[in-house]
Design a protein around this ligand. Structure first.
Ligand code: SF4
Length: 385
């Protein structure tokens, strides 16, 4: 590292590792919930975990908190409130902080969102995936259309207008018409944000062991293009590969991730990244993955499964891996501030991408070309360590 490293904006990610049952396509760190969730014990563990992280970030303002999972909405509003008041007492939370709860229809009691709002949640990400009962069954979801409608009504009565709908396409047996209807219904629900992404078969999932019949490549491409056109023709602008938002409604938390900001990570299997500008270091770390092991943390004091200081080449790769997902492009200043490296270390690779017509490099600013936006993976690979 030869330049000056700056501490970027800071967010807090909180992982809640249980779901009602495991979806067959899911490779997240989620576990089928036991009969009785050790919810209070888990919240106590989260607070202890947070406390041991504090020396890394003393005084730094926190701009967003994200409860992800798993299914955080399996935790009651009162339990979320206990954690948030502990966080408020220990961290410097910005007055306009964004606090998101991931929630799955079917895990929400009818009156829950007003209670979550009362607890401090001001943004919700709802795992809808499809509005079609048959397709939802085929991908093993526990909810149907009825539960989606109940969740939307509950969000409305809580006054939470800043919500995201997660929507998938290329589901088993899905037709382009069904995918189009899903997108239209998502828009009709009036969310501030829509995440629209393709179902992929990940290793070590039930679908990998017994693959369902998925729409072919051309059909999936058609679904994606149609979805994109409908979204762009309404109030939603694509700002990231899978993310569409109304004006000023981009996810602040995810933007910080993609812009290579810092993340405190607490909870089972949570991954964090912290810049220690004074030491000229950027660290990556992950917490113990299994909830049983994680719950031993308060007694053992052992939270981390791994931690390492990123090398210069890893910094370059991670920076471009994330930033290239964003439509807004990349500036020289961001690169140098977030990696502590001079621009010259990437100039030749950028020039190669520009020569292939994938990137435009102008006035210390890099943008995808239309072709480059279709081949983001190829550009990312040019920055592999
Ligand atoms: S609800 Fe989400 S996190 Fe839980 S198993 Fe299904 S896909 Fe995975």
């Amino acid at each position: 590292m030869q330049g000056l490293l700056y501490n970027p904006p800071l967010s807090l990610y909180v992982h809640m590792p249980w779901c009602v049952r495991k979806c067959p396509y899911c490779d997240f760190n989620s576990h089928a919930a036991p009969g009785t969730l050790p919810a209070e014990k888990y919240i106590d563990a989260l607070v202890s975990d947070l406390e041991q992280e504090l020396p890394l970030v003393w005084g730094r303002p926190v701009q967003s908190i994200y409860f992800g999972g798993g299914t955080p909405s399996l935790f009651s509003a009162a339990q979320i409130a206990v954690f948030l008041s502990a966080a408020r007492a220990r961290l410097n939370l910005r007055p306009d902080i964004e606090i998101t709860l991931e929630a799955n229809p079917g895990t929400i009691e009818h009156d829950s969102f007003p209670a979550y709002a009362e607890a401090g949640i001001n943004r919700v990400s709802l795992g809808v995936q499809s509005f079609d009962d048959n397709l939802l069954k085929r991908i093993g979801r526990i909810h149907g259309r009825l539960e989606i409608e109940q969740s939307l009504r509950s969000l409305n009565s809580a006054g939470i207008s800043n919500f995201n709908i997660d929507l998938m396409f290329a589901l088993p047996g899905q037709s382009p018409g069904q995918s189009r209807r899903d997108v239209e219904q998502a828009i009709d629900a009036g969310p501030a944000h829509i995440s629209f992404y393709q179902l992929t078969i990940e290793p070590n999932t039930a679908f990998a062991a017994q693959p369902p019949r998925l729409p072919g490549h051309d059909t999936a491409w058609e679904m994606q293009q149609t979805g994109l056109e409908i979204l762009e023709a309404s109030a939603y602008r694509q700002y990231e590969i899978s993310a569409f938002a109304q004006a000023e409604k981009q996810s602040r938390h995810n933007m910080n991730y993609w812009r290579y900001g810092d993340f405190l990570a607490i909870g089972a299997g949570a991954h964090g990244k912290i810049t220690l500008a004074a030491d000229g270091q950027v660290r990556r770390y992950a917490k113990h993955r299994h909830p049983k092991r994680y719950l031993q943390g308060p007694e053992s004091g052992d939270w981390c499964a791994q931690m390492h200081v990123l090398s210069d080449e890893e910094l370059v790769f991670e920076f471009f891996l994330n930033q290239l997902r964003l439509k807004q492009g990349i500036t020289v200043n961001d690169f140098s501030a977030r990696t502590g490296l001079p621009w010259k270390v990437v100039e030749s690779r950028l020039q190669t991408a520009a020569d292939k017509g994938l990137l435009e490099v102008r006035d210390k600013h890099v943008r995808h070309t239309a072709l480059g936006w279709r081949f983001v993976n190829d550009i990312q690979q040019m920055f592999l360590p």
